[in-house]
Design a protein around this ligand. Structure first.
Ligand code: FAD
Length: 400
C-alpha cells in the first residue's frame, strides 16, 4: 500500500510541504489538515494600514493543492496526537493514521507576559499577529484615532514571528497618519536593544517621517532593561518595571510567542516553547516519525518567516520522500528573504543562505545574503517593486 504522509497546518510551511511531496513523488498519499477553508496571509497584512491592500487581496484557498497536485484536504483541526499509534484525532470526530507526519501549526501567544493582557484583552487591544479580524480591528482603531493621538506598538524579544514585521507596521501606519492625522505619533516600545534592518528603517523614517526630530511620526524606545509589565485597560496605559507609564489611544500589543498549542500539548517543545528538530530532515528530537517546520520549529539562525517556512518545507519534503523510498537524504541549503515597505516606493530587504556545518548545526553561508546596499531613490523604488513581486511569487509557489 502507498505511504501516507499527513501534513498539519495549511500555512506557508504546511501548504508548501503538501504540494512538494506530491511533486517529488506522486506515489505518496498526502493529506493536509487545516480548519480554515481560506487562509489570510500575514505577509502583506501591514500594507493594509497604509491603505495599500485589503483582506480579499491577502486571501488564498487550497483549490490548486487539491485539483492540480492531488493533495487530500481535511477541513478540520487536530485535537490530539497518539505518537505511539501514529494516529491523529480530529475535532470533528475522525481519526487519521500516518506513516510520517509533518507539522507546521504556526504560533500561539504567551498570555502571561504582560499582566492584564490576555486573550479577551486582545479583542480591545489587537496584536494583529495572525492576519484576519485582528488586522481589521487595528486598522479601524487607527482610522478612528484623533489627530494628535498616540499609537503604542509593544514588540517582544527574539525569537518571534517575522523579525522586521513590527517596524514595517510602524512605517505603514506612519505613511497613513502623515496624510490623514499628521500631528499623531507612533511609539515603538521594544523589548530588544536593536532590531532587524535597523539602519535601513531609521534612514527611511528620517527621509519620510521626520525621524530624529521633535515632530517625528515614529519614536523607537528600547525597554530591554525595563520591560513592560502591566496593562491598565481602563486608562490604556502600559507600565514598565521602573514605573514608566505609556498612554496610547491605540495599543498594538504583540506578545511573546511559542509554538502552537498542538505542539506544546504533545511534548514536541522544549523549555524555550519551540520545537527542536534535526535540521537535516526536520525530524522532531522527540519523535522520529514527526517532522516540524515553519514558525513552530527551532531552525535558528534562520528567522521565522513565510519565506523560510517555504524553504524548510521543501527541504523536509525532499527528506521525507527519501526516507520513504529508502534513499540517502541530501544535505539541504535553506533560503530566507524578508522584504519590507517603508513607503509605497521605498522597500528594503535582508537575505540569507544557510547550510549545515560539520557538527550538523545550521550556519549562514559566508558572503551570501546581506541587507540592501543602495539607498538612492531608484534603488529603493525597485526594492519596493521587488517586495510586491516576492510576495506574489511566494504565494504562487506555496498555494498555486
Ligand atoms: P502559519 O502560516 O501560521 O500556518 C499555521 C496553520 O496551522 C494555520 O493555518 C492554522 O490554522 C493551522 N493549525 C494550527 N493548529 C492546528 C491544528 N491543531 N490542527 C490543524 N491545523 C492547525 N514572512 C515573510 O516571509 N515575509 C513577510 O513579508 C512577512 N510579513 C509578515 C507580517 C506580519 C504582520 C506577520 C505577523 C508575519 C509576517 N511574516 C512574513 C511571517 C509569516 O506570516 C510566518 O512566518 C508564516 O506564516 C509561518 O508559516 P507557518 O506555516 O509556520 O505558520
Amino acid at each position: 500500500s502507498k505511504a501516507h504522509v499527513v501534513v498539519v497546518g495549511g500555512g506557508f510551511g504546511g501548504a508548501t510541504a503538501a504540494k512538494y511531496l506530491r511533486l517529488l513523488d506522486a506515489n505518496i498519499r498526502v493529506t493536509l489538515i487545516e480548519p480554515k477553508v481560506k487562509y489570510i496571509t500575514c505577509p502583506g497584512s501591514n500594507w493594509l494600514f497604509a491603505g495599500l491592500s485589503n483582506l480579499d487581496q491577502l486571501t488564498v484557498d487550497y483549490q490548486s493543492l487539491q485539483d492540480r497536485y492531488g493533495v487530500k484536504l481535511l477541513v478540520d483541526r487536530v485535537s490530539s496526537l497518539d505518537a505511539a499509534q501514529r494516529r491523529l484525532r480530529l475535532t470533528g470526530g475522525r481519526s487519521v493514521t500516518y506513516d510520517r507526519l509533518i507539522m507546521s501549526p504556526g504560533i500561539d501567544f504567551r498570555w502571561d507576559a504582560i499582566a492584564g493582557y490576555d486573550q479577551a484583552a486582545a479583542e480591545q487591544f489587537p496584536h494583529a499577529w495572525q492576519a484576519g479580524p485582528q488586522t481589521l480591528l487595528l486598522a479601524r482603531q487607527l482610522q478612528a484615532m484623533p489627530d494628535g493621538g498616540v499609537v503604542l506598538i509593544a514588540v517582544p524579544a527574539d525569537p518571534y514571528r517575522c523579525p522586521p514585521g513590527p517596524y514595517e507596521r510602524a512605517s505603514m501606519m506612519a505613511y497613513w497618519l502623515k496624510q490623514h492625522k499628521p500631528r499623531s505619533k507612533i511609539l515603538i516600545l521594544d523589548a530588544k536593544r536593536s532590531f532587524s534592518k535597523q539602519a535601513l528603517f531609521e534612514a527611511g523614517w528620517a527621509k519620510h517621517y521626520g525621524y530624529g526630530t521633535a515632530n517625528s511620526l515614529i519614536e523607537w524606545h528600547s525597554l530591554a532593561d525595563n520591560p513592560l509589565l502591566e496593562l491598565n485597560k481602563q486608562s490604556r496605559v502600559l507600565t514598565s518595571e521602573f514605573g514608566d507609564r505609556f498612554r496610547g489611544n491605540v495599543l498594538n500589543i504583540i506578545p511573546p510567542q511559542t509554538a502552537a498549542q498542538i505542539a506544546l500539548q504533545h511534548g514536541l517543545t522544549d523549555s524555550s516553547g519551540w520545537c527542536p528538530v534535526r535540521p537535516l530532515t526536520g525530524e522532531s528530537l522527540f519523535d522520529e516519525f514527526i517532522h516540524v517546520i515553519g514558525d513552530a520549529a527551532h531552525y535558528a539562525p534562520i528567522p521565522k518567516s513565510a519565506f523560510a517556512a517555504n524553504s524548510e518545507a521543501k527541504a523536509c519534503a525532499l527528506a521525507v520522500t527519501s526516507l520513504i523510498n529508502q534513499k540517502p537524504v541530501v544535505e539541504p541549503h535553506w533560503l530566507n528573504t524578508c522584504y519590507s515597505l517603508i513607503a509605497p516606493e521605498h522597500g528594503v530587504s535582508v537575505a540569507g543562505v544557510y547550510k549545515l556545518d560539520a557538527a550538523n548545526t545550521i550556519v549562514p553561508v559566508k558572503g551570501a545574503g546581506g541587507v540592501s546596499v543602495r539607498t538612492d531613490v531608484e534603488a529603493v523604488a525597485l526594492e519596493a517593486d521587488y517586495t510586491r513581486a516576492v510576495y506574489r511569487s511566494l504565494i504562487t509557489d506555496t498555494f498555486g
